[in-house]
Design a binder for this molecule. Structure first.
Ligand SMILES: [Zn+2]
Length: 305
């Protein structure tokens, strides 16, 4: 037997399109910025099956980083664009659901860390969408890294990400932003970062409407040396952090989604296999309570000065 290349394989090779540069991918797909590397990045960015949350709300993120699509026949809203290398994952998920990524009209943001805003610039470039951000998250977007008063500034979460300097619309606390028939309300929930923003909206199936809350990170984590209780160089942020938790506790919240799916136990809930595993009117309250306990524990560890 000869060991030559079988004819059909050769035919496939000859018919195959010329390979495209790694960063452009499929024709008509978003051009991706250089990837960010971090300890958890590969695990976070692993592909996951997109799914309908309720009504016109869909989860289109990766294994460990949330991106949420809210659809309408006049264009879509996308919340958070994770890492630069998450953009093809999100694009694939949106197309798998039968929607067009290019129909995104508004990209909304949670907080100014590389793992939630890393893909915003590429997605904005591809869609031409307006980017909506709180005052302080807009600052981080313009810098391309966490702001200097961020508890994690100077650490891994201060790593740079592609800055977004144009097309950003600042959304005020309590303001409702509209895109066609879609309306979504910003609630500032500072603590994890100064700009942390939670978004709430309603999605309907027939006459039944549910309140969806996309709650920003509420973890009191920092670089060594940062004190939530303040020090000689900066005031404490404990009071505003506690107010954020009060805000989350009182949100309209039939379905809780979080910036990292793990923060709301999304996968555990999905595995239950019940009819509506993510519908839980007590979920925001429970997250506020557990986050408050963690914050108080952290305060207890900070020695008075
Ligand atoms: Zn963060």
């Amino acid at each position: 037997m000869t060991r030559g290349v079988p004819v059909f394989v050769l035919a496939l090779v000859l018919l195959a399109p010329p390979s495209l540069p790694a960063q452009s991918g499929r024709a008509g797909a978003p051009v991706v910025d250089p990837p960010i590397t971090c300890g958890a990045c590969d695990e976070w960015n692993a592909p996951r099956q997109p799914f309908k949350v309720f009504g016109n709300t869909y989860f289109v993120g990766s294994a460990g980083l949330s991106s949420v699509l809210i659809t309408s026949d006049q264009g879509h809203i996308l919340i958070d664009v994770a890492l630069p290398q998450s953009v093809p994952v999100i694009d694939t998920n949106i197309r798998a659901l039968g929607f067009k990524t290019s129909d995104i009209r508004l990209i909304l943001t949670s907080h100014g860390h590389f793992d939630h805003l890393g893909g915003v610039r590429a997605m904005q470039r591809f869609t031409g969408a307006t980017v909506g951000a709180s005052t302080r998250t807009a600052e981080a977007l313009a810098l391309g890294h966490a702001t200097p008063d961020d508890p994690q500034y100077g650490g891994p979460s201060a790593d740079t990400f592609p800055a977004v300097t144009t097309g950003v619309r600042v959304v005020q606390d309590g303001e409702t932003v509209k895109a066609g028939p879609l309306a979504i309300t910003a609630r500032y929930t500072p603590g994890h970062t100064p700009g942390a923003t939670t978004w709430t909206w309603q999605s309907c199936e027939e006459a039944r409407c549910l309140s969806i809350a996309y709650v920003d990170s509420l973890t009191a984590v920092s670089n060594p040396g940062f004190r939530f209780t303040g020090d000689g160089t900066r005031p404490g942020i404990v009071d505003s952090f506690r107010r954020s938790l009060d805000t989350v506790r009182a949100l309209p919240c039939d379905v809780l989604l979080t910036t990292h799916p793990s923060a709301s136990g999304m996968d555990e809930k999905l595995k239950r296999g019940t009819a509506e595993p993510l519908v839980d009117a007590g979920a925001c309250r429970a997250l506020a309570e557990s986050s408050l306990a963690a914050l108080e524990a952290r305060i207890g560890q900070e020695q008075p000065r």
